[in-house]
Design a binder for this molecule. Structure first.
Ligand code: APR
Ligand code: ZN
Length: 291
């Protein structure tokens, strides 16, 4: 029988100290402690809908009112939530001076599937230090951002960051209405978000099923050079992100999984730290005292 992955923090810290190119691949579990529901398992339902069935271009085509209500709910939720200790640990780790203490002369990039913006907020709240010698991106939001809005008109495609709450008046209070047992409002396209440039219907700036994730070229390079991959709070069921850990291992790198539960392929990891990542990750990165 194959060896089970190790859960030994001391051996992990030795591997960490010898790693030169580190990546983290994160998923919804990273934000769970902040109060953002995950997609699969408990919490994967919004109203009576499977969250995943709403995250498609077809769902938006068929019922833009419902899909916008779903993203309005997620935007409002994310605005109320705060980054947790796992976001903060990853943000701290992306600072070269801090990282040098545990993984000297290494690079680090967080590749996140999350669209909630919490990792960016954790990075923004880090004290700024001259980190110019770090040529790599600190973070890549490969599935887009909840607060981006994109024009649906092929000739325009204008994209902008929009933190307005609610994003349009027609979406205000839709969640409370439903909780009070009302019939789902059918909001006309004209009252849903519009492009600020051309006035065409706008859509949430997230990557839906069947669409191409962002930064695949840069991510491909990072994965090919990585000698350590931290897999944080993801079910590892959605590609291409789900394939990165195996790719790192294939060329001799190590993999450490941080998940509340067992996840796809974790038996092949070198390290498996089961438990809430907001506890295990700061401990593993020796950053608990920074929280
Ligand atoms: N700490 C660590 N892991 C956790 C925690 C926690 N506190 N809470 C939950 N988890 C784990 C769950 O055990 C699960 O394995 O987080 C994982 C969440 O999995 P998913 O809900 O499938 O989320 P994710 O892997 O990010 O999904 C990938 O699918 O729907 C799409 O585009 C969406 O980016 C998303 C992608
Ligand atoms: Zn437009």
């Amino acid at each position: 029988m194959a060896n089970l992955p190790s859960d030994d923090m001391a051996s992990f810290s030795v591997v960490l100290s010898q790693s030169k190119h580190i990546i983290a691949v994160a998923g919804a579990g990273l934000s769970a402690a902040s109060g953002i529901p995950t997609f699969r398992g408990a919490g994967g339902l919004w109203r009576k809908y499977d969250a995943i069935s709403l995250a498609t271009p077809e769902a938006f085509q068929e019922n833009p009112s419902r899909v916008w209500q779903f993203y309005h709910y997620r935007r409002e939720k994310a605005l109320k939530c705060q980054p947790n200790a796992a976001h903060t640990a990853l943000a701290a780790f992306s600072n070269k001076q801090i990282r040098d203490a545990v993984a000297p002369e290494s690079t680090f990039t967080l590749i996140t599937q999350n669209v909630d913006g919490l990792s960016q907020r954790a990075l923004d709240s880090m004290p700024s230090t001259a980190d110019s010698e770090d040529p790599q991106p600190k973070m890549l939001e490969m599935h887009g951002r909840l607060f981006d809005v994109i024009c649906t008109k092929p000739g325009c495609r204008h994209r902008e960051l929009n933190f307005t709450s609610p994003i349009v008046p027609a979406l205000a209070g839709t969640e409370d209405l439903m909780e009070a047992g009302a019939v789902e409002p059918d909001i006309p396209l004209s009252d849903l978000p519009r492009c600020s440039k051309c006035g065409s219907p706008a859509r949430p700036g997230v990557v839906w099923f069947g669409e191409r994730p962002h930064y695949l070229g840069v991510i491909g390079k990072l994965v090919r050079q990585a000698d350590l991959c931290l897999v944080v709070g993801t079910s590892s069921t959605v590609y291409p992100a789900a394939g990165y850990a195996a790719e790192v291992q294939r060329h001799g790198g190590k993999v450490a999984v941080f998940n509340l539960d067992r996840s796809e392929g974790d038996e092949d990891a070198d390290f498996l730290f089961l438990g809430p990542c907001e506890q295990t990750l700061p401990a593993a990165l020796a950053l608990s005292e920074q929280q």
